[in-house]
Design a protein around this ligand. Structure first.
Ligand code: ACM
Ligand code: ZN
Length: 740
C-alpha cells in the first residue's frame, strides 16, 4: 500500500513539474493567443509603475490579490524612474481586449477600456508563481479577447439572502474569471430584497417569511422550520454593489420578477393581485397561482418600481423575469378579463405578453432594454426584448431567428443548483445532474441557426438558484469549479481538451480558491463504476484516470457484493494525482439480497436518460434515494411497464419488496397497480396479486416457488389537470427489486 502511494506521488511530482515548465499556459480562462519568447523579467517585492487615474483604480482593486498570492505591492513611481510595468491606453483596441507582454525590459499592458485593463492584471496575477516575493517571469506576449460579449453569473438572493460582504467576495471571483455580468435575482415568492421608497411594505413585509420548508420540497409529509427568515438591501447598499462590481468590470443586471413569482410583493400589497386575498410570504419552493393582476393599478405599481430600479442600476438591460406565470387567476379575474377585452387579446398568454410589452415600453422610454426568461415568447415577443433561454435551447433559437438578442442558459448545462455527482452522499440539491465535464462541453451557439442568426447569441450564463443553498459555503460548493469550466466556454475560442483542463485547474486554480477559503467540489474526481455479475453476486469496479482509489482503506479497487442479506457501508476514497488536498470521498450504503447481480429482462425498456446500470440497475444493491439525484432510479415513460427476472433455478421465496418514487413537480408519479406473476418454466405464469401501490415501498409476503418472476407496473396514462405537466404521460421511477 505504501509503495503504490509513493509511486503515485512521484508521478504527481513529475506532472506538476512539467506543468510548471509551461506556467505561462496556466491561466483561467485560457488566453486566446500566447507567444513565448526566450527572455525573462524578475520582480522583487514591488511592481513599480506610473499609473493614470483609471489605472490607479484598477491597481487598488487588484492589490489584495497580489498581496495574498505573491506578497507583491504596486508602487507608484515618477515617470523618470525605473518601471516594472508600463500601461498603454489604446482606445482603438476592441472592448474588453488586452495585450500583455513580458520581455527583459519589463511588463507592458495595452488596453482600450476598464475591462481590458482589469483582465490584463488578472492574467498577470495568474502568470506568477504563487507566494514568493521574488517572481521570475518568463517572456511572452498575450493577445487576448473574449469569445462572447455576454458572460454572466446569476445569483438568487430571494430564496436565501446573502450579505453585502458575501456578494462582494462573490464578485471578486467573477472578475478573476473574466465574467462581465452579475444577474442579481432580487425578488421572488419567498422574499423581496430591494428597498423601494414609494412602496416601503415591499421590504417591511415582503422581505420576511415566517417559516421555510425543511428538506426537499417534494418530501411528503412536508415539515417547516417555523423560523422567521429574511433581509433586504437598501438602495445605498445596492448602489455600493453596483460601484464595487463596476470597478471590477462587471455590470449588475437586476431582476424584478413579474408577473409571476410575486408572492412576496403580494404579501405586502395584496391589492396588486387578482383576488386581493392576504397571503403570507411563501415558505415553500415552487410555482404559485397568485401572481400580479394585469389591472391598470398593478401595471402602474410595477412601472413605479422599475423607475426606482433604473435610478439605482445603470445597466442598459433590466431583467423582468416573465417565467413560470400560471394563468389560473387571470382566467377568472374580471379585472384581467376587462383588460383582455379592451386590448383585443385572445387569451391569457397574450395577456402576459401585454404586461411585458407595457414594461418594455416604459424601459425603452427611459433609455433601457428589457430582458426576460424564454416564456416571454409565449403570446408574442415584445418589440425589442432580449431573451434568456432556460427551458432548453428552443426559446433561444426562436428568438435569434426573429433577430432578438439571446443569452443561453439551458438548465441542462447552466443550472448550478443541479447535482454535480450522482453519489448518494452529495448534499441536497434541487435535482438534475450537471457534472463539470458537461459544463465544459457546453456550446452556447445552439444548432439550427444560420450564420447571421448566430450573431444574436450574445453569450451564456451560469444560474445559481438557492432554494437548497442556504449559505455562501453551499453556494461556493455548487459554483466551483463549474464556474471555471464556464469561464473557458465563454472566453476561450479554442478550449483545451477536458482532461488537460481538469489537471491544470486542479493544480493551478483550486489552490487559489483554497487560499481564499472558497469551498469547491471535487466531484470531478468521482471514479467510473462498472458492474460485473458473478456466481455469487456482483463485482463493483472503481476506475479513475486522475488518481488512486482506496475502498474501505484498501488499495483493492474492486468490491465484491454477494447475495447474503446484510447492509454494507462502503467508503471509496480517490487520492488525486494532482495535490494531496484535492481528494474525494464517496459513501455508499448497499443492501444485499438474493437478487443481487441478477439481470432484469425489460419487456418495456427504461428511458435512455434514466437507465442507470441498465439491466443491473434494479438489482445493483443500491436503493434509489429521495430526493432523487438523476441516477439510481430507473425511469419509464409508459403507462404500462413490464419486466421479468430469471432466478436461474426454481427458488423458494417468501418476501418481495419494490421501491417507487414520487415527485409530482418533476412529473414523477407513484404507479397505481403492480401485478406479480411467477412461473417455474418461463412459459406458463401464475398471477398472484394485483396491488394498489401509491406508496414508496411495496412489501409482499407469501411463500412462492418460481424460476421466473414477471412484474407489470401500471400508472395513469395522463398527469391529472391542475398538476405540473398536466396531460403528459407521467414518469414511473422504480428502484431495487428484492426477494428474500
Ligand atoms: C427559471 O429557472 N424559472 C428561470
Ligand atoms: Zn387580475
Amino acid at each position: 500500500m505504501k509503495l503504490t502511494r509513493y509511486f503515485f506521488l512521484l508521478i504527481a511530482l513529475i506532472v506538476a513539474n512539467n506543468l510548471k515548465a509551461q506556467r505561462q499556459w496556466v491561466i483561467f480562462p485560457q488566453p486566446n493567443e500566447i507567444i513565448t519568447n526566450e527572455q525573462s523579467y524578475e520582480l522583487n517585492g514591488k511592481i513599480r509603475c506610473v499609473p493614470n487615474e483609471e489605472e490607479k483604480l484598477a491597481i487598488a482593486v487588484m492589490q489584495p490579490q497580489f498581496t495574498l498570492f505573491h506578497e507583491l505591492t504596486f508602487k507608484e513611481v515618477t515617470a523618470d524612474s525605473v518601471q516594472d510595468l508600463r500601461f498603454y491606453y489604446q482606445p482603438r483596441l476592441q472592448k474588453e481586449n488586452y495585450q500583455l507582454e513580458i520581455t527583459a525590459r519589463g511588463i507592458t499592458i495595452k488596453y482600450g477600456d476598464r475591462n481590458g485593463l482589469i483582465y490584463a492584471l488578472q492574467t498577470l496575477d495568474q502568470l506568477m508563481d504563487d507566494q514568493s516575493k521574488v517572481v521570475e517571469m518568463n517572456g511572452l506576449q498575450i493577445i487576448d479577447y473574449p469569445r462572447f460579449a455576454y458572460r454572466g453569473v446569476h445569483l438568487d438572493c430571494s430564496r436565501h439572502f446573502f450579505t453585502i460582504p458575501e456578494i462582494k467576495a462573490f464578485l471578486d471571483q467573477l472578475s478573476a474569471l473574466k465574467f462581465n455580468t452579475f444577474h442579481w435575482h432580487l425578488t421572488d415568492d419567498q422574499g423581496w430584497r430591494l428597498e423601494i421608497k414609494q412602496y416601503p411594505k415591499l421590504t417591511e413585509i415582503g422581505a420576511w417569511r415566517d417559516s421555510t420548508v425543511i428538506g426537499h420540497y417534494s418530501r411528503s409529509p412536508r415539515e417547516y422550520d417555523h423560523i422567521r427568515y429574511g433581509g433586504f438591501y437598501t438602495q445605498d447598499e445596492a448602489r455600493e454593489i453596483v460601484r464595487y462590481a463596476a470597478e471590477r468590470g462587471i455590470t449588475v443586471m437586476p431582476e424584478i420578477e413579474l408577473p409571476g413569482h410575486a408572492r412576496a410583493a403580494l404579501a405586502a400589497y395584496p391589492e396588486m393581485g387578482c383576488t386581493g386575498e392576504q397571503l403570507p410570504v411563501e415558505g415553500l419552493w415552487g410555482v404559485f397561482d397568485d401572481v400580479f393582476c394585469t389591472q391598470p393599478e398593478t401595471i402602474q405599481f410595477l412601472k413605479d418600481i422599475l423607475a426606482e430600479v433604473i435610478a439605482i442600476f445603470p445597466s442598459e438591460t433590466i431583467h423582468v423575469g416573465g417565467d413560470e406565470c400560471p394563468k389560473t387567476r387571470w382566467d377568472v379575474c374580471p379585472k384581467c378579463q376587462k383588460v383582455r377585452t379592451e386590448q383585443g387579446l385572445h387569451d391569457s398568454h397574450e395577456l402576459q405578453s401585454y404586461v411585458i410589452r407595457e414594461m418594455e415600453a416604459f424601459l425603452n422610454d427611459n433609455g433601457r432594454k428589457l430582458m426576460g426568461w424564454d416564456e416571454i415568447l409565449e403570446g408574442g415577443l415584445a418589440e425589442n426584448a432580449q431573451v434568456m433561454s432556460w427551458r432548453g435551447t428552443e426559446g433561444g433559437i426562436a428568438a435569434a431567428k426573429m433577430h432578438h438578442p439571446v443569452v443561453m442558459t439551458p438548465g441542462s448545462h447552466c443550472y448550478f443548483d443541479h447535482y454535480q455527482s450522482t453519489n448518494p452522499s452529495e448534499p441536497l440539491a434541487i435535482g438534475g445532474y450537471t457534472p463539470l465535464e458537461k459544463v465544459y462541453a457546453f456550446e452556447p451557439i445552439p444548432e439550427g441557426l444560420k450564420v447571421d442568426e448566430q450573431t444574436y447569441i450574445l453569450g451564456a450564463q451560469a444560474n445559481i438558484w438557492t432554494e437548497y443553498l442556504p449559505d455562501m459555503k453551499s453556494v461556493q460548493y455548487n459554483t466551483f469549479p463549474r464556474l471555471v469550466a464556464m469561464s473557458q466556454v465563454l472566453w476561450t475560442v479554442d478550449k483545451p481538451q477536458y482532461s488537460s483542463f481538469i489537471s491544470r485547474m486542479a493544480i493551478d486554480y483550486l489552490p487559489r480558491l483554497y487560499e481564499q477559503e472558497i469551498t469547491y467540489s471535487t466531484a470531478f474526481l468521482d471514479p467510473t463504476i462498472t458492474l460485473n455479475p458473478t456466481e455469487s453476486g456482483l463485482n463493483y469496479s472503481f476506475q479513475s484516470n486522475v488518481g488512486s482509489i482506496w475502498v474501505n482503506g484498501n488499495s483493492e479497487n474492486t468490491l465484491k457484493l454477494n447475495r447474503t442479506p446484510a447492509p454494507q457501508f462502503i467508503t471509496a476514497f480517490v487520492e488525486s494525482d494532482y495535490r494531496d488536498e484535492i481528494s474525494r470521498e464517496l459513501n455508499f450504503e448497499f443492501v444485499t439480497h438474493p437478487l443481487i447481480g441478477k439481470p432484469v429482462h425489460f419487456i418495456t425498456p427504461p428511458s435512455k436518460s434514466y437507465n442507470h446500470h441498465d439491466s443491473l440497475g434494479l438489482t445493483d444493491g443500491v436503493q434509489g434515494t429521495t430526493p432523487w439525484k438523476g441516477s439510481q432510479w430507473l425511469g419509464f415513460s409508459y403507462d404500462t411497464i413490464q419486466f421479468s427476472i430469471d432466478l436461474g433455478e426454481i427458488t423458494v421465496f417468501n418476501h418481495f419488496q419494490a421501491g417507487f418514487l414520487e415527485d409530482q413537480g418533476s412529473w414523477i408519479y407513484y404507479p397505481k397497480t403492480l401485478i406479480i406473476e411467477t412461473s417455474t418454466d418461463g412459459k406458463k405464469f401464475k398471477q398472484h396479486k394485483a396491488y394498489d401501490i401509491n406508496k414508496k415501498v411495496v412489501n409482499w409476503e407469501k411463500k412462492c416457488k418460481a424460476k421466473v418472476v414477471r412484474f407489470t407496473v401500471i400508472n395513469v396514462s395522463k398527469i391529472p389537470q391542475g398538476k405540473p405537466g398536466a396531460g403528459n404521460t407521467p414518469w414511473t421511477f422504480i428502484d431495487e427489486i428484492m426477494i428474500y
